[in-house]
Design a protein around this ligand. Sequence first.
Ligand code: 13P
Ligand code: SF4
Length: 331
Amino acid sequence: TVTTSPLSASPTAGSLLSAGPVPARHALPQAIRELASQRRAVILAHYYQNAEIQDIADVIGDSLDLSRRAANTDADVIVFCGVHFMAETAKILNPVKTVLLPDLDAGCSLADACPAEAFAAFRAQHPHHYVVSYINCSAAVKAQSDLICTSSNAVSLVQQLPADRPILFAPDQNLGRWVARQSGRELTLWPGSCIVHETFSEQALLKLRLDHPGAEVIAHPECLPNMLDLADFIGSTSKLLHRAETSDATAFIVLTEPGILHQMRLKLPHKTFHEVPGQDGCSCNACPYMRLNTLEKLWHCLATLEPAIELDEAVRTRALLPIQRMLEMSR
Ligand code: 13P
Ligand code: SF4
């Protein structure tokens, strides 16, 4: 049996009620599903979430999939099991809905690397540039951008921009370099990077390739250029999963956060997936921000409707424009 607190079905009543004790671990998945249905909540989860969160989510996807789902949902409450910029994007798209993030400290090194004031000064140095920002940035940076992109659509969006217009790309320099190479466009880059994707060891990758001849190396474009040079396929998390499904290879060396291996192994039990350790053999390839979310915190946010994302309305309306432009241009 599942113990849940006696909550009202009204999504606005939660914060006024005490959540009661967190159900026992074995009962949590069912308790979360029951609460989600009482709240008319949709649970969106990124591929880098813990397996147990992915297993109870309504939708699992990459940043683009999840923003599309957030844009189209008719749920009253959106629970975003991901990081802050993802939940913030959902709130930008849905100002009247309650958007919850199980742990408000789930940030992103890329978003942190690009403070809004410093970005404003950078833009002022390049007044004629068209500003393309990776979705991994704050609402305040989105509000200063002409177009948002994700790793899934960045190349195609940049290719659609007028050839005579210089482009400023922020905040991920590794993604930016890859997009520049793929699109043939010159990009002025903001010097940000992802602490997770910069950690993979080239030596460990070369050894894995020797140990598993025939294994395909698949990589996220946030990786450093020397690692991307060794990859057979580069793409967003959804594209990496799709590649594993459609490639003839039966073994893969995966250069991205290992949370995605859960879906790869579930969908393709007859194929083998190897993760790549970080330099010094550390397991710092797990995103410390993504992993802050837990089943307990997910249950708690549904029980209390907190922590909820709040945004300044002027920033939200300005940040909405480049997100809408992205959704229109990547239909
Ligand atoms: P995707 O858009 O590929 O899911 O990437 C999100 C992310 O944060 C990668 O580190
Ligand atoms: Fe940010 Fe990197 Fe974590 Fe993705 S993996 S959320 S880019 S810190």
